[in-house]
Each structure stands twice: as C-alpha cells, then as structure tokens.
Design a protein around this ligand. Structure first.
Ligand SMILES: [Zn+2]
Length: 577
C-alpha cells in the first residue's frame, strides 16, 4: 500500500523550485547552491530569498513525511524502511550543513533585521538563536543519536510475549489490563513486565551513550549541560528550567493529592487491600470496557458528527480529510504502533495515522489528531507566507490545538458514540487520565532535569534519582516485591530516549486545553472562535501571545495548576460514581 500523495490537489503551485525535483542530494544541492550564491542587495530581495528557501523547506519536509508515512504504514516492507533510513542517515546530515550555510548568509546581511514585514521579527530571532548554537561537529553527534533512537525503537518493537496462544507486542498486551478478572490482569502484566526487564541492561547502557552524546553536543556549543542547551535548541524563549521546576512543585502540591484521593476510591471500589500496577486500567465498577463503535467507518462517522456539534467549519475540514483518503485508522498486520498527525507541507494537507481497536481511547486519539489537523487547515487558509512548515509551530501550542479538541468533544459524545451514562463514564475517565497525565509529565520532566544536570552519574545513582522522583509524584499503587520493575519503568517511556526533554510541552498544553474546556462549558461559541483564530496564527507569534489569542493566560505555575485541579475534581464528582 503506497501512499498516493500525487492524487492530492496541488493548490499551492511552486514559484521557485523546478516542476520536477528529485529527492536526492544531487538535485537538492543545486538548489542550495543557488540560494547560497544569490546576490542580495535589498530587504525586498532578501524577502523573496526567504520565501524561496521556505519553498525548498516545504519540499524537503513533505518528501521526508511521505517516506515516514510509508514506513509506518508498512513496517514489513524493507523498501520503505530503507528509504526512510536513507533520509535520516544520508540526506538529513547534508541538508543540515547546507541549511546552516544559508543561515550564516542570512545573518551576515546588514539589512536582515530590517525586513519589510514585522512578521519576520520572530523568525529573525529563531534564526539568530539557531545560528548561535550550530556547530558542524554536532551534525555527526546527532546522526549517531538518531541511529541509537532507531535502535531503541527496534528493541522495544521486538518485545513480544506469548499469551493465550498468540504472540503479542507489549502494546497489544495493554488491553488485558482492562480485564475485570484480576488474575488475568496480573498474569498479563507480569509477563509483559518480565519481557521488558530482559533488555534492561542493554537499554540502560544505550541511554548512557545517548546522554553522553547529548552532553558533548551541548559542550561543543558552549553550554554547561544539555538541559541549558536544549532550551535554546527548542526555541524555548518564553520559559526557563526554573519555570519547569515551579510546575513540578505545583503538580506535587495540587495534583498529587487528587491523584491519590482517586486511587483510594479505586482501591475501595475494587475491594482490594492494596492497588497493584495491574489494577490501574480496569473499570472500578467491574463493567466491561466501553465500546463506542463497531468498525472504522462508525468511528469516522461518529467523529464527523461530534466535530459538527463543535463547529461547522471544522467538520468541513474533517470531511475533506476523509474524502481525500488522509486517514489511516484501522489496525493491520505490519502497521507501526501508536498514532500521529503529520503535515504534508507542500500540498498543505494533514495526514492522520492510528491503530483503532474499538475502544474509548480510539475516539479520543482520533479527535486529538484531528485537532492537529485543524491547525494545519487553518494555517493553510491563512496562507502565512513563511511559517507554514508546521515544524515551526511551538509544540507547547500545537498540543493545545489537539488536546482541546480531544477534551471539549467529550461534551458531545451522548447520542453519537454513547448513551448518557456511558458518555459520563468516558468523560470521567478522561478527567482522571488528565490528573494522572499531569503527575506523569512532572515525573518524566523532573527525572530528565536530574539526568542532564548530573553528568557522569552511575546507573545506581540514576536508579535512585528515578525512584525518588517517582515517589514524589506517584499514585497509591504498590510495587511491593516488584522493586526492579519500579526502578526501570522509565525504560519504556520512548520520549526519554528518542526526543530528550520533550514532555513538559504536554503539561503546558494540557494547562491551556483544560482552561479552554472550563470556558467551553460556559460559552461554546466564544471558545471555538478564539481557538480557531489562535490556530490560524501558526508560528507567527511568540508562545505567550498564542495563548492570549486563544483567550488563555500564559501561566503553568501554582495558580493555574490549583485552578485546574479544582475544576477536574468538580468534573469528576459531577460525572458521578
Ligand atoms: Zn498531539
């Protein structure tokens, strides 16, 4: 199944690149050379040059995305795997070096900070920041880091167990944690856990290598550690490591007590002496899992109806996506796990990928990824000259787009996916999951702060740091007799390996999304209007301004977190039980 992107309407014709351009270095280098050697004498010429460069970026990112989509839709096709790896191993390092050359050229121009349109101011800041930390030696370090990430993916993907006469991945095992029979849950959990622990030492050592590479890249760029470096590299202009620490403290103060209160209720309802790790996903009332649809067409029809109740314009986007075959939702053999939305940057359409298994979670996932796709559509409509390559949208705000859609759509499940009672149950589960998500974000972020500010630490010290961090934020589940499992839970959190320090974004975005959801209960129209206009700004404004455009305060400290804990507690009580 090849992803046929050629049949998509090409509504944004090229102005600069040749009509046919091969995605290989011989062709790309010619374009880079032209941009590198072009004479630029006025701000107007520079603006044209920037737009041409953005067209090249869009081409590259789209070609990369097509390879990525193919490789995840068919992991068992070696041709697709090879093509994507060829991009990351061979093309990408060359592209990074050539793009750096353009960045240097840009910064050397005396009029680069005097461009005609003020929308370039933020882009100018991003460019100067990227230039200030770029070191050619780090291209090779990043290539090695990315090869280790792919190695991590393969190691995790190869973890399978035989359960009930079938070979299953650890992700496929997770559905058994919803079984009402406690013995089945425990057996499934122990089996999956012992399989993961078999690769414990290999993963622990792989992480040492990654941390070493990352700290080395940071030192090359003149930083004391990778934490400081990552803030610059990720364009985190508007908050500091200290703000993240205040977020951790606020979660500890306001969310952890709520999380433990909810666990105590769960313990009582299940009638168990102590919650164990396999007791956390089952319905505490002993009901079977929610079943919102029968097949993928039911999921799509239901999601279209729900989005239609939020807003007509947005449901128009959703239907366009479905009509253009930009949804790959059903689970199939050979398909990669997980879900994502990717932007096809030249045609400016979104693509959604997931593995539907007829569960409540699938509805949430599709609406989450749809929120990302509405961002893509709204930026497309706004036709921003420059910032359309979705890569530039701050992730802290990109996740506001998706999480808001995921959460507010729950107000419309009754009559589409669920009866009134089941809709309340689904919304209660979502609210509880969000309490738990805050505590998990704080755990993962605080742990990584420790890792990168303690260079040269031993495995024992790292294990202790993990246990201490998780004790700060965890619920009431008991790992008695499972100490080793508790010590190595972090090995299965892919972000720690693959996208270091990328996690606090979820906490910041969740704060924003829940803020919008609280307003939505009072004034739906106003919230949808603000949501749409903020999304259509793309990456053209600083993060705090994007929050304000959505009608939110830029705050993820104690005041915001305590308010949200209050709202979540109230919503959970309101949904009964
Ligand atoms: Zn997302």
């Amino acid at each position: 199944m090849v992803f046929d992107y050629l049949k998509l309407p090409h509504e944004f014709p090229r102005h600069y690149l040749p009509e046919t351009l091969e995605f290989e270095w011989g062709s790309l280098s010619k374009v880079f050379d032209e941009l590198a050697t072009r004479n630029l004498n006025t701000p107007q010429e520079l603006e044209k040059w920037l737009i041409d460069e953005a067209e090249l970026d869009s081409f590259i990112y789209e070609q990369r995305t097509i390879r990525y989509i193919n490789s995840t839709r068919q992991t068992d096709n070696p041709e697709f795997t090879r093509a994507y790896r060829q991009y990351t191993e061979e093309l990408e390092p060359k592209i990074k070096v050539a793009a750096f050359g353009l960045l240097r050229k840009y910064a050397s121009l005396p009029f680069s900070d005097r461009l005609p349109s003020k929308t370039y101011a933020l882009e100018d800041k991003r460019r100067r920041s990227a230039l200030s930390i770029f070191r050619p030696a780090n291209v090779e370090i990043e290539r090695q880091d990315s090869a280790l990430s792919q190695n991590y993916q393969r190691t995790i993907g190869a973890m399978t167990v035989d359960f009930r006469g079938q070979e299953r991945t650890l992700q496929q095992m997770s559905k058994f944690y919803e079984e009402t029979d406690r013995r089945v849950r425990e057996e499934a959990w122990r089996l999956a856990d012992s399989r993961a622990l078999r690769d414990r030492d290999a993963l622990d050592t792989m992480y040492d290598e990654m941390v070493k590479l990352r700290n080395e890249a940071a030192r090359n760029a003149g930083f004391v550690n990778y934490l400081e470096y990552a803030f610059v590299k990720k364009d985190r202009f508007d908050y500091t490591p200290g703000d993240c620490i205040r977020f951790h403290q606020a979660v500890e103060e306001y969310m952890v007590p709520l999380s433990r209160e909810l666990d105590r209720e769960r313990e009582e309802k299940l009638g168990v002496e102590a919650l164990r790790p396999w007791d956390l996903r089952v319905d505490p009332e002993g009901r079977p899992p929610l079943s919102p649809f029968d097949d993928v067409s039911g999921l799509v029809a239901g999601a279209a109806k729900v989005v239609g109740q939020v807003d007509q314009q947005l449901s128009g986007y959703f239907e366009r996506m479905a009509g253009l075959d930009l949804l790959d939702l059903e689970s199939r053999k050979g398909k990669a796990p997980g879900g994502y939305q990717e932007e096809l940057t030249e045609v400016r359409f979104p693509f959604i990928f997931m593995n539907a298994a007829r569960r409540d979670n699938d509805v949430r996932t599709l609406l989450h990824e749809s929120g990302h796709s509405f961002h893509t559509f709204l930026m497309r409509e706004a036709s921003l000259p420059f910032f359309n390559g979705g890569a530039n949208v701050p992730l802290e705000f990109a996740e506001v787009a998706s999480m808001t859609m995921e959460i507010i759509s729950g107000e419309h499940y009754e009559g589409t996916f669920y009866t009134r009672e089941d809709a309340r149950r689904s919304n209660r589960e979502e609210a509880v999951d969000n309490v738990k998500l805050f505590t998990w974000v704080a755990t993962i972020d605080a742990f990584q702060h420790w890792v990168y500010t303690h260079p040269g630490h031993s495995h024992e010290e790292r294990t202790k740091a993990w246990v201490d961090t998780s004790n700060r934020f965890c619920g009431l589940e008991s790992y008695e007799g499972l100490e080793e499992s508790r010590e190595y839970r972090w090995l299965r959190q892919l972000h720690i390996f693959e996208v270091p320090l990328y996690y606090i974004e979820y906490g910041i975005a969740l704060t924003g999304a829940l803020g919008l959801w609280s307003h939505y209960k009072r004034d739906r129209k106003e919230v949808v209007q603000a949501y749409k206009s903020a999304l259509s700004l793309g990456a053209s404004m600083p993060l705090p301004d994007l929050f304000r455009a959505a009608g939110l305060e830029w705050d993820f400290g104690p005041k915001a977190i305590s308010g949200i804990a209050h709202d979540l507690r109230a919503a959970i009580r309101e949904c009964g039980e």
